[in-house]
Design a protein around this ligand. Structure first.
Ligand SMILES: Nc1nc2c(ncn2[C@@H]2O[C@H](COP(=O)(O)OP(=O)(O)OP(=O)(O)O)[C@@H](O)[C@H]2O)c(=O)[nH]1
Length: 694
């Protein structure tokens, strides 16, 4: 059997051990300050209990006083820690003043009035009052949100106060009934009571701490959830990204403003809408299958780039991340989609792509135009216009050039998208004065871009564009060193369109390339003209005439089509020169060429053969027909009064080509006929047969 004092010592030691273990191990950082207070409280409780136990070992009034003091201090600190933790102000000065008074009272009764009854009564009453005050405080003054804990603790305090009062009452009764208080048994009984009470307090406090800890945790969980919800709501409402919550069936439950803005619908109209109704019909994204996998916990999230379709038909690119929203059992119940608007990125990508395509287009057309032979320049320009029109997303691309010494404007080349009516036939010859407004632009090398014809203020222009069903247009000057030669035009008839600076830059390069090709064409045309024409009379010269004659001989040989030649020259032209001067002779030659040329049919070809000799090619004509023509010409010349020299005559030789002969053969025969006409007296026509017979 254990001695009762040994038992008390053991209980006290266990309590002290619990306190030390608690002090060392219980360091939850989130509890912080209160843990320290509680640990200190436990330490004091242990010491108090030990003190009480020692009192049992060595009965002494001082040890009871010390124990009482320590236990009260412990309770005070526990309540104070709790108050600090809950943010409630603890009346430090008042509490410690009361404690000091009670301690002095203990000291007085313990030391000065050693009456045990007085000490015991005093001890229990003070203890009881202290707990009553604590209970009242916890009951009424505890923070509202922890009221349950406060009132639970108050109830414990109240219970303890009642117990202490009971003890005080029993001590009085024992004292009154004359029990010898010096009897070791009542003292031992008292020591046991005190130590047991100490242990009860420790145990209750531990219980209370566990309950408080649980309560705090649950409060923290609620608070965390509320915080998380508040944070989520803040992110949801103010996020620049679109956020949409949808239930397991794919119907939208909530969307934020950014999402509503992204898809072009109001938040109210989006609620309850099937999420996939917003998808662009052109995208078979297979979202629902992936979402099914997320909802059945087979995938965490998925991210993709997809298009939503706005009510106005515009497709909007978005970077979309979809993940599951989990319920209390941690299983996916719905899903959340975060959509980041990619329009700018996609537009930049498209712009880069278009620029690269535009550069490739410009490169290709400049190579093709540079390499194009003279007779294919027009075709190559048309191909280039097709490429330019398609790259610039226009419905029509065309070239206008100033012609006739800038007096007229002509639409010389065009390309029209499928289904777009060509305009070139009506625009081949326009007065340049209609384009004065344009000339101003071109002179300044500015690009007149009309994004929407509806904005055009000039009524004449507006009517012109309207008549041609033009909605937007861009005109780019084509300028050479010598000045503007025309412009490259782009029309849009199926909607409004604007061209970015970089597009305009590329189109300017394309227009310069086209201008270069046109200039080369003009130059070559000029050189060819000069090479093929006689500058004095403007007639073809000998070489191209021979080419034409060869072709006719070929036709004759192949199809038997008759062809005849007339060769003529002015009679005594030397005398004309000598009499009137060389210049007058020149003017006379030009006048004769014009007069003869006016008399000929459209298919006939007049050329200056050399000196004052001319040759006429008469396709589909036999010798008799040629002779008739020659006679008529001779007569008209003879009757004509030349401005510089007056009357003149010409001699003419006629020959019909034979199918087996060469160009040299036939020209020689016609030359012989002319020679015969000269020999026979001039101012006459001679056939080659006649020439030989003479
Ligand atoms: N003004 C001028 N005279 C030219 C031109 N080409 C040739 N002639 C002249 O034409 C004359 C031709 O003289 P001829 O060959 O003797 O012939 P013709 O005087 O006309 O005598 P027939 O032909 O025999 O009637 C020469 O005096 C040339 O100088 C030209 O381009 N301009």
């Amino acid at each position: 059997m254990l001695d009762i004092r040994t038992l008390i010592v053991i209980i006290g030691l266990i309590a002290a051990l619990i306190a030390v273990v608690f002090t060392v191990t219980w360091r939850r950082p989130e509890v912080g300050g209160p843990a320290g207070h509680w640990a200190a409280g436990f330490g004091l409780a242990a010491v108090g209990t030990l003190g009480t136990a020692l009192r049992g070992v060595a009965p002494d009034a001082l040890s009871i006083v010390a124990a009482a003091l320590l236990i009260q201090l412990y309770i005070l600190l526990v309540v104070r820690g709790l108050c600090r933790y809950t943010g409630h102000r603890f009346p430090d000065r008042l509490a410690f003043s009361v404690l000091a008074v009670f301690t002095l009272a203990h000291a007085y009764w313990g030391l000065i009035d050693p009456s045990m009854t007085a000490r015991i009564v005093n001890f229990f009453i003070v203890f009881s009052l202290f707990h009553l005050a604590g209970a009242a405080h916890l009951w009424w003054r505890f923070p509202r949100r922890m009221r349950t804990v406060g009132r639970l603790t108050a109830a414990v305090f109240l219970l303890l106060a009642v117990v202490y009062l009971g003890h005080a009452a029993s001590a009085v009764i024992v004292g009154v009934s004359g029990t010898a208080l010096t009897d070791p048994d009542p003292l031992r009984a008292l020591a046991v009571v005190v130590s047991i009470l100490g242990c009860i307090v420790v145990a209750m406090t531990m219980l209370w701490m566990v309950a408080a800890n649980w309560y705090i945790r649950s409060q923290e969980a609620v608070r965390d959830r509320l915080d998380a919800e508040r944070r989520f709501r803040g992110i949801f409402e103010h996020s620049a990204s679109g956020i949409a919550l949808a239930d397991a069936s794919g119907r939208l439950m909530a969307v934020n403003n950014a999402f509503a803005e992204l898809v072009g619908l109001s938040r109210a109209s989006l609620a309850g809408l099937p999420f996939d109704d917003l998808d662009d019909p052109g995208d078979a994204s297979g979202d629902m299958e992936t979402i099914r996998r997320i909802l059945s916990d087979e995938a965490d999230y998925y991210r993709t780039e997809k298009r939503y379709r706005r009510p106005d038909g515009q497709a909007i690119w978005a970077d979309v991340t979809t993940s599951a929203v989990r319920g209390d059992d941690d299983l996916p119940t719905s899903y959340i989609t975060v959509a980041v608007d990619l329009q700018e990125k996609k537009a930049a990508e498209a712009e880069l792509y278009r620029r690269a395509e535009g550069e490739a287009m410009v490169q290709a057309i400049s190579t093709a135009l540079l390499a194009a032979p003279y007779d294919q320049i027009d075709e190559t320009i048309k191909d280039a216009l097709a490429r330019i029109g398609q790259a610039a997303m226009a419905d029509r691309s065309y070239i206008f050039q100033w012609v006739d010494d800038d007096r007229r404007m002509s639409n010389t080349h065009d390309w029209n998208a499928e289904g777009v009516a060509p305009q070139i036939r009506d625009l081949g010859d326009l007065p340049a004065s209609d384009f004065d407004w344009l000339r101003r632009h071109l002179r300044e090398r500015s690009v007149p871009m009309i994004q929407s014809v509806a904005e055009v203020a000039n009524p004449g222009l507006w009517a012109l564009f309207k008549q041609r069903e033009i909605r937007s247009l861009l005109l780019i000057p084509m300028v050479r060193d010598e000045g503007p030669i025309g412009f490259l035009g782009l029309d849009v008839v199926n909607g409004d369109r604007s061209w970015t600076d970089s597009e305009q830059h590329l189109l300017r390069i394309a227009a310069d390339t086209l201008a270069g090709a046109l200039a080369r064409q003009r130059l070559e045309h000029e050189l060819r003209y000069q090479a093929h024409h006689d500058p004095l009379t403007g007639l073809l010269n000998r070489r191209p005439f021979e080419e034409a004659l060869s072709q006719e001989i070929h036709r004759l040989q192949r199809y038997g089509a008759p062809v005849a030649l007339i060769m003529f020259d002015i009679d005594h032209f030397k005398a004309v020169n000598d009499t009137y001067g060389h210049d007058a002779g020149d003017r006379t030659l030009a006048e004769l060429a014009k007069g003869i040329s006016d008399q000929l049919r459209a298919g006939d070809l007049l050329a200056r053969w050399g000196g004052e000799e001319f040759m006429i090619l008469l396709p589909e004509t036999d010798a008799a027909g040629a002779r008739q023509v020659a006679d008529s010409l001779r007569r008209q010349v003879a009757e004509h009064a030349f401005s510089a020299v007056g009357g003149l005559t010409i001699s003419l030789g006629v020959a019909q080509c034979r199918s087996h002969e060469t160009l040299e053969d036939v020209t020689q025969r016609v030359d012989e006929a002319l020679y015969a006409a000269k020999r026979c007296g001039r101012d006459r026509v001679m056939g080659d047969g006649e020439a030989r017979s003479r």
